[in-house]
Design a binder for this molecule. Structure first.
Ligand code: SF4
Length: 621
């Protein structure tokens, strides 16, 4: 049964494993995936917990419905973040989560530090520690191949770190397949700090569905509706690069570290259609009907022989426009290099963009950087990627991420666009006030995946928005009205989708016609037998988000950290379709207060006693 999947507590120092079942009450209150991960992390989270210490737990958590047919394939990986120093959490697609569930486990809590490099082998309720010395120094793709070869089983699914994780680069990621990544917040560095090179999983236990006949019928009817949406059709054809054109034409893009927000007609070179000559097919994560992942091959020119998956929209922007780099083949190659080294493409691009702006402004010169850091300088970008992954030369400084502020000298911090020590992404949010607020309040630092209310760009009728969000919300992208509510709603909703293992792209996150709470409740009931009302699901989202907030409160963070880079407040967008857009401090504060009020938090962003009591989080008080 779905609900009989276990939690394994794995201590690498002692090479011990303890397995426990998941109480039904924990399922009802935190669901699974991100929710139960947060519950587990909160038990040990403190201001003094060192992210790279053996005490920091690295928690793998498959969603409640991960591994069931259809919408659930995802897994969250959670720990205290070495990149921000605060809460770390990253969501990964592919097949690894579903395989873990089929091997009998929903959650792995890995603590301690192995004396020698190891990997974990998990097969049908059994967990083994295996020597990984021969895998050290290998990239993420080769590591997976070698483990399959060693075990003589092509069906084994592996989550692994590359050289960046081994070398404790603060923004190292964990990968499965060619490019599925738990990319953000440095979970790969936490794994590296434990001498854990990989987790290999093979599960043949299957998943028993509570009411298979009605589950299948309901799933197929919901799938049919989903596949008829324009969004999923475009996603299946072009993948996430479909978003690039919109961002460019609206003025949402990060260009040269957000000094500009569009590249105008030059954008044709990076649009989804431009990727078509390289595309050899589309793939999907476990059981997903949308199959949004490009597989590509470069057959001639400088990067001849490069084969892989992607690049996603986020990586196109992060290693492309953000760095003033408009060479598509170079971007494809650079993204693949990051995937193999196990570097988060978003953070990597952000830190290089920071260095490039410092170079532009004379804070840095070639003597310090070793390479000319002019915008769009392709060879220099590649050189830096190698150096960051191996912590060499100037790459060693950048491998410290936002902690490099001290080493780069006074004044340098003004050009790192970060929130809570975590850099913003491939976009610029001065046009969209809801997106901006969501970045400011996100519980893992500047992040578009914690709340991004993508529906805001559709300009839906305000009656429709009112129905979805339960109160008035403006349908104007640059308006502040009701956006605190909109962001609050998505903060809870995304906590729920991450806890169920659903991909955001298949939910109301992207289309008003896609599944939402009502469909989730029905799928949970049919798959697990668990009766959870829409209200209970919403409350679970609220509980998870508030618990995350309480971990930040333990760090001493509050309202003053829920802010945006200075550039967003002080520098109107200089040109292009978003020209003149800027964030007005007073209006931003009002959005923030609306958001806090709906969460049941005080004006300083601290959850009120009554809120904690209502959510059963009294111990957090
Ligand atoms: S929509 Fe794309 S990212 Fe999401 S589960 Fe499907 S294939 Fe994976």
């Amino acid at each position: 049964m779905v609900l009989s999947r276990k939690i394994a507590l794995i201590n690498l120092t002692k090479e011990s494993v303890r397995v426990s079942s998941i109480p039904l009450d924990l399922r009802r209150t935190f669901l699974g995936g991100r929710g139960i991960n947060m519950y587990l992390l909160s038990k040990v989270y403190s201001k003094t917990l060192d992210p790279l210490s053996p005490q920091n737990p690295l928690i793998f958590g498959a969603g409640l419905l991960t591994g069931t047919l259809g919408f659930g394939s995802r897994i969250n990986i959670t720990a205290k973040s070495p990149e921000s120093g605060y809460l770390g959490d990253s969501n990964m697609g592919g097949d690894f989560g579903a395989e873990l569930v089929q091997a009998g486990f929903s959650h792995l809590v890995v603590t301690g530090k192995s004396q020698k490099p190891v990997y974990l082998l998990i097969r049908d309720n059994e967990i083994e520690f295996r020597d990984a010395r021969s895998l050290m120094g290998l990239d993420t793709v080769e590591t997976q191949r070698r483990i399959r070869e060693e075990l003589g089983d092509e069906k084994i699914k592996v989550a692994s770190i590359g050289q960046a994780g081994e070398n404790l680069v603060r923004f190292a990621s964990i990968h499965t397949g060619m490019k599925n990544a738990a990319g953000r917040t440095g979970m790969g560095a936490v794994m590296g700090s434990k001498n854990l090179k990989a987790v290999a999983v093979r599960g043949t236990l299957g998943i028993t569905i509570s009411d298979p006949k009605h589950y299948l019928r309901y799933y197929l009817s919901e799938k049919k509706k989903l596949m008829e949406t324009k969004w999923v059709q475009a996603l299946g054809k072009y993948g996430t690069p479909i978003l690039f054109q919109y961002s460019n034409t609206m003025g949402f893009l990060s260009v040269r570290n957000n000094q500009w927000t569009t590249i105008g007609d030059q954008g044709y070179a990076l649009e989804a259609e431009a990727l078509e000559p390289y595309t050899t097919g589309m793939l999907s994560c476990f059981g997903c009907p949308a199959h949004c992942r490009h597989r590509y091959s470069i057959t001639e020119g400088r990067y001849k022989g490069a084969r892989g998956e992607g690049p996603e929209y986020a990586s196109l922007g992060s290693l492309g426009t953000k760095l003033g780099n408009l060479d598509l083949e170079h971007i494809i190659y650079a993204v693949d290099l990051c995937n193999r080294y196990g570097l988060d493409t978003i953070s990597t691009g952000s830190y290089i963009a920071w260095a490039m702006e410092l170079y532009q402004r004379g804070f840095l010169d070639q003597e310090q950087t070793g390479v000319p850091l002019h915008w769009g300088e392709g060879e220099a970008i590649l050189e830096l990627l190698h150096h960051i992954a191996h912590r060499k030369g100037f790459g060693k400084i950048l491998s410290e991420g936002s902690f490099a502020k001290k080493q780069l000298g006074k004044g340098s911090e003004a050009y790192l666009l970060d929130i809570k020590n975590f850099p913003i992404e491939m976009t610029d949010e001065r046009l969209s006030k809801s997106f901006a607020l969501g970045m400011a309040t996100s519980t893992r630092g500047a992040c578009h995946m914690r709340s991004r209310p993508s529906l805001d760009v559709l300009g839906l009728p305000e009656e429709v928005l009112k129905k979805i969000y339960g109160g008035p919300v403006s349908n104007q992208l640059s308006s502040y009205a009701g956006k605190g509510r909109m962001v609050w709603w998505h903060e809870l909703f995304n906590a729920v989708t991450d806890s169920l293992g659903f991909c955001r792209f298949l939910t109301i996150f992207s289309s008003p016609h896609a599944p939402s709470y009502r469909q989730f409740a029905r799928l949970i009931k049919l798959a697990t037998g668990l009766n959870l009302s829409v209200k209970e699901l919403k409350t679970a989202g609220e509980r998870i988000y508030t618990l995350e907030r309480m971990m930040l409160i333990r760090e001493g963070l509050s309202r003053k950290e829920d802010t945006l880079p200075k550039r967003y407040f002080d520098e109107p967008v200089p040109e292009g379709p978003a020209q003149g857009e800027v964030i007005l401090r007073e209006a931003f504060d009002q959005m923030l207060e609306e958001n806090y009020r709906l969460h049941g938090w005080n004006k300083n962003g601290v959850p009120k006693k009554g809120t904690l009591r209502r959510l059963g989080l009294d111990n957090e008080d």
